[in-house]
Design a binder for this molecule. Structure first.
Ligand code: NDP
Length: 246
């Protein structure tokens, strides 16, 4: 039987990049999957179609992670559609590609609202529905633990917050059989961090494997944490970075 048969997952920011790979992987492992997106409805519907072609079930929900009302509604829509919620993947995230002193207050607020406020709000809404065996999986970053390069100051601050949110929450919900973990990717080839261009050169060089990662390599870790074999892992920071933080 598929590892995630009869399970329902919600992935934030699932229309492209790491989120889309995660949605596809969880569906391939047998879960019914809801996912949010902010802007690109056609990318979202392409992900739904790909899953349906493979015999799975998925729905896309437009919900900006910075909008607390929208993310709460997305959680409720997931449960209304599929009848339950077992796995939350807080993946939606953004960065400011400039130095801290050049970043505007509006840009800093947006990073905090999506990467931290949205994660807390979505998790709080999901906890109303998660039960024994529930999984909260946050997508942090290897720069939430170690600052590899300049240019990521507000982003690294938010991912550090995600790390401590994970650890602290694991202490509160462990008694209910719910695990909380933080997957920390290194440089992964997506629209947010393309493997081509000047900015990619030092990132690739900083990895032990001397390459960017693929979205499927993060989705594989998320699928393991979502599945039954990870039952004794909680409060952990699981770094998948090609050795960038080694
Ligand atoms: P992408 O920019 O490639 O994809 C982001 C996805 O999230 C899209 O589906 C996008 O949908 C959605 N999204 C963006 N903003 C919002 C929002 N405000 N509300 C809801 N959905 C939103 O990002 P990645 O796949 O690269 O990153 C995913 C996560 O992984 C992030 O948390 C990021 O910080 C983290 N990460 C990424 C690394 C990398 O190197 N790529 C490294 C370390 C961590 P739409 O198109 O509709 O906006």
């Amino acid at each position: 039987m598929s590892k995630l048969a009869n399970k329902v997952a919600l992935v934030t920011g699932g229309s492209r990049g790491i989120g889309a790979a995660t949605v596809k992987r969880l569906a391939a492992d047998g879960a019914n999957v809801a996912f949010t997106y902010a802007k690109d409805a056609s990318a979202a519907s392409a992900v739904v179609k790909a899953i349906e072609l493979g015999g799975g079930k998925a729905i896309a929900i437009q919900a900006d992670a910075a909008n607390v009302g929208a993310v709460k509604a997305a959680v409720e829509k997931t449960v209304a559609t599929f009848g339950r919620l077992d796995v939350l993947v807080n993946n939606a995230g953004t960065a400011i590609p400039k130095s801290f002193e050049e970043a505007t207050q509006e840009e800093i607020d947006r990073v905090i609202d999506i990467n931290v406020r949205g994660v807390l709000a979505t998790t709080q809404a999901a906890l109303k529905h998660l039960g024994d065996g529930g999984r909260i999986i946050n997508i942090g970053s290897c720069v939430g633990e170690r600052a590899a390069a300049p240019g990521l100051v507000p982003y690294a601050a938010t991912k550090g917050a995600v790390k401590m949110f994970t650890q602290a929450l694991s202490r509160e919900v462990g008694g209910r059989g719910i695990t909380v973990n933080n997957v920390q990717p290194g440089p992964i080839d997506t629209d947010l961090n393309p493997a081509s261009g000047d900015w990619a050169v030092p990132q690739k060089a900083a990895t032990a494997l001397d390459r960017y990662g693929r979205v499927e390599e993060i989705a594989a870790m998320v699928a393991f944490i979502a599945g039954p074999e990870s039952s004794y892992i909680t409060g952990a920071n699981l770094t998948v970075d090609g050795g960038m933080n080694a």
